[in-house]
Design a protein around this ligand. Sequence first.
Ligand SMILES: NC(=O)c1ccc[n+]([C@@H]2O[C@H](COP(=O)([O-])OP(=O)(O)OC[C@H]3O[C@@H](n4cnc5c(N)ncnc54)[C@H](O)[C@@H]3O)[C@@H](O)[C@H]2O)c1
Length: 373
Amino acid sequence: MAATRVEVNIPGEAPYDVRIGDEVLDGIGAWCQRTAALAYAPQVLVISDENVAPLYLARAKASLERAGFKVPDIVVPAGESSKSVEVVSELWEAMAALGLTRDCAVLALGGGVVGDLAGFAASTFMRGITVVQAPTTLLAMVDSSVGGKTGINLEAGKNLVGTFCQPSYVCASTDCLATLSEREWRCGCAEVAKSAVVDSDDFFFWLAENAPALMARDTEVATQAIARCVVFKADVVAQDKTESCGVRECLNYGHTLAHAIEKLSGYGTFSHGAAVAEGMRFAAALAHELVGASLDFVNAQADLLDALGLPRLPWTADPAAALDAMKRDKKARAGQVRFVLLRDVGDWEICEVDDDVILAQLQAWNASAPKEA
Ligand SMILES: NC(=O)c1ccc[n+]([C@@H]2O[C@H](COP(=O)([O-])OP(=O)(O)OC[C@H]3O[C@@H](n4cnc5c(N)ncnc54)[C@H](O)[C@@H]3O)[C@@H](O)[C@H]2O)c1
């Protein structure tokens, strides 16, 4: 199957290609050579993590070296804890020690953690050098590698420090998904479902029909799902590059409750995607109450999430504690919790929801939660 190319055009930014397909990683050097921003880069520093590097670093380096680049690499520990001031500081020092100059580039080879971390390090080193993203998780291919958000975490919260920095090229090599765990695969499927529900009937019904094939990791279906998500996200980001006019907030669908679930249950207890799926179900129940979403919509979304292996979670919490966690989320404004609510597929609005409505809905949510297996 030939690789798929999506061109991302964001006003005020150089357009860039997202190339999606089997083994496109082996052609990454040639594509970098064809990309104006790094054609003459003396060095391309590959940043990866301890899980991804043994699997894919040699292939990426070999391709870049064949294209004539000098290719140093840095491998960071896997996991969210690498998105820290300490690790980014080590990266800056290493980049300086390697003699990276303004015309060099960074290639982020890994999931969203590596993408956010390496993107942040590159976008701040010497006031910004070129970034290429080579996402290796489904979540990173469908979401984090496109759109230009980079970031690290603070004690006070996730992604509190970051930049907007569009990559110059995104290389989504679908063969890399074969080694992804089932948990990480489903995590990515939740973001695909989110994109489909927020985007359009066309994407939603296509995904509903192809959910079993996506669950079975069918290459053609996965490639199409990634391409559709990239087109959707690029369109949203093109309208609101820096999340300043409200449009980009739609990408937060399901995330208001998800962030509270992750915080209250302890990060890692449920995958981010499993929490997002729960948040989408909760938002749909709220939308039925508040903005006239039909039960047909609520049930169709639930069926889609079930089909993608994202069932209701055995999660309950004290409603007051969950509300408090939502209020502390960085998307809340002046202590008012904001939800993306959908009246129907593709028809969304941002709603500030009163505390008593949220508390009542959380109470009902607890009562209907499945028991722990
Ligand atoms: N910048 C954005 O717009 C944006 C959007 C969504 C999420 N994010 C960020 O993305 C991060 C989550 O990303 P993620 O879900 O990809 O997590 P991750 O990067 O931690 O990857 C998950 C796990 O899978 C491993 N892994 C990665 N690729 C693999 C492969 N091909 N085979 C085997 N193992 C592999 C990793 O080493 C890690 O252990 C969060 O930090 C989140 O804040 C950013």
